[in-house]
Design a protein around this ligand. Structure first.
Ligand code: GAR
Length: 190
């Protein structure tokens, strides 16, 4: 399976996936490239450090047809079997999602269907829930609504702060995402 990763931020989940790949947790699957809409992002640095192509594709706006077509054609060149959104902070167009039909998974920092959209960890913390977590799901054209593949829970204790909950959710993500990608590589969840 040819895997590509899209991200806009720190790249810690990309790093967790690359670590899993290096430890041969992903079987015969290959992580072939990382794409970003932010040139000086952590995720681009992660790709550079590991020595896999880190491709900055410029800004992504789903309503800009030219940009959308450019992104689709550049990514298609790599012929991915799986597109992993690991902190990709843009909403993809319907056309993009159809171009990689049933091949895109997204990592989201809440137990969906709760707390969709931006700042999900903060939303959960502010709501006072006692359990939050993270989700990996298939991407459809409705935001954070595709079929759930796997989730990991995180308890919020009275002593927790937004920072400590954030750290716990990220730690849970770093376990969940490589596990899911490994299972997909083995033919599960399709
Ligand atoms: C992760 O917490 C991921 O769940 C979140 O962005 C972070 C990326 O961190 N994604 C979303 O909020 C998407 N709606 P990273 O760049 O360190 O992997």
């Amino acid at each position: 399976m040819r895997i590509i990763i899209l991200g806009s931020g720190r790249g810690s989940n990309c790093k967790a996936l690359l670590d899993a790949y290096e430890s041969r947790m992903l079987g015969s699957s290959e992580i072939i490239a990382v794409f970003s809409d932010v040139s000086k992002s952590g995720i681009m640095e992660v790709a550079r450090t590991v020595g896999i192509p880190g491709v900055y594709l410029g800004h992504y706006n789903p309503t800009n047809l030219k940009q959308d077509d450019y992104w689709i054609s550049e990514i298609k060149e790599f012929q991915p079997d799986l597109v992993v959104l690991a902190g990709f902070m843009r909403i993809l167009s319907r056309k993009f999602i159809q171009a990689f039909d049933s091949k895109i998974i997204n990592l989201h920092p809440s137990l969906l269907p709760s707390f969709r959209g931006l700042n999900a960890i903060q939303q959960a913390f502010d709501a006072g829930v006692k359990i939050t977590g993270c989700t990996v799901h298939w991407v459809t054209s409705e935001l954070d609504c595709g079929k759930i593949i796997a989730q990991a829970p995180v308890r919020i204790m009275p002593s927790d702060t937004l920072e400590s909950v954030t750290a716990k959710v990220h730690a849970a993500e770093h376990m969940l995402l490589p596990g899911v990608v490994s299972e997909i590589s083995e033919g599960f969840h399709r």
